[in-house]
Design a protein around this ligand. Structure first.
Ligand SMILES: *[C@@H]1O[C@H](CO)[C@@H](O)[C@H](O)[C@H]1NC(C)=O
Length: 180
């Protein structure tokens, strides 16, 4: 009992410290199936055909996009969010949108605030190249914006077949030598 009280205190203190009295902690605001479909469609729409107005799908505060798969392709160290805030994410989309032909293969289990989905995108950036399927798994976190009365994407965690992605953008991979 004492343990849970301490946890509640810590959670309360950190929420107050960041000024985020988030609807995520409001038990009345759990994702329902239509909210899940809405956020998955928003995510797909961002990656398929970015438009500046789609920044409204992203929560203003505390947003991040974490993907070691992207970090590897971008040639930067792994282990930290590629886009640590909304400004970084939106400015990336405004200048260099993915425009991926993303197909949602399966919407997986979800709970009050998180959604899992499996997607696939088959494309090639190389004229005459062979498009390879890139399959990925995304975990979206939703946040209910009380003022706007709509769900927003609070965070994105995504990992995917970065080898096929790499080849689709003209990269070359060499198979390692078999163990001797
Ligand atoms: C957002 O993240 C970028 C790094 O991508 C950083 O340079 C910038 O200061 C951050 N902005 C805010 C408002 O935290």
């Amino acid at each position: 009992m004492r343990f849970f009280n301490v946890l509640a205190l810590v959670a309360g203190a950190s929420a107050a410290a960041t000024g985020l009295l988030s609807a995520r902690h409001d038990k009345d605001k759990c994702l329902k199936k239509n909210d899940v479909d809405y956020l998955v469609a928003a995510y797909k729409s961002i990656l398929t055909k970015w438009e500046p107005a789609k920044a409204d799908f992203i929560a203003d505060h505390g947003f991040f996009d974490y993907s070691d798969s992207i970090n590897v392709i971008a040639g930067i160290p792994t282990g930290f969010p590629i886009f640590p805030n909304k400004t970084a994410f939106v400015s990336h989309e405004n200048t260099n949108p993915e425009s991926l032909p993303l197909v949602v293969v399966e919407i997986g289990p979800y709970n009050c605030e998180q959604i899992t989905l499996i997607w696939s995108a088959t494309f090639t950036a190389i004229p005459g190249g062979t498009p390879l399927p890139v399959r990925g798994i995304t975990v979206l976190e939703g946040d209910y914006n009380e003022r706007q009365r709509q769900w927003e994407i609070q965070s994105i965690k995504v990992e995917f077949n970065s080898i096929n992605f790499w080849k689709n953008i003209g990269g070359v991979c060499t198979r390692p030598a078999p163990p001797s």
